[in-house]
Write a protein that binds this ligand. Structure first.
Ligand code: MG
Length: 116
């Protein structure tokens, strides 16, 4: 079978998505971006935080000149940003295919989305 670098990257993103859900299940955070109950602003902040970590890795560990390759820490952060984006897309798809009442049936609404 011919090498498929793109498939390898998608496998890494799938692994990172699973890691995110594992951390949420362990209580590290209340939601992942895959949960339609997470406020959209919080999802944007999570994605922006990951982008910031890409930039931080570039500044700390990658030489910005063209004759140097980015480090594996930059790659790791890019996989994480892709996984967060995938999670957000999952949330959009879940919300499109399920009534809101069913989505919030267990666990209730996050504070930022509770009705006044
Ligand atoms: Mg990160």
């Amino acid at each position: 079978m011919a090498p498929n670098p793109t498939a390898d990257i998608f496998r890494d993103i799938l692994h990172e998505r699973a890691r995110q859900e594992h951390l949420q299940a362990k209580g590290r955070f209340k939601y992942t971006c895959a949960d339609p109950r997470m406020a959209v602003g919080d999802k944007a902040l999570a994605l922006g935080e990951e982008f910031g970590e890409v930039c931080q890795a570039v500044l700390e560990e990658a030489d910005l000149s063209y004759d140097k390759h980015p480090t594996m820490s930059v790659r790791k952060e890019l996989v994480q940003i892709a996984a967060v984006a995938v999670a957000w897309i999952e949330s959009i798809d879940k919300a499109a295919n399920q009534p809101w009442e069913d989505l919030v049936a267990d666990g209730g609404l996050p504070e930022s989305q509770e009705p006044d």
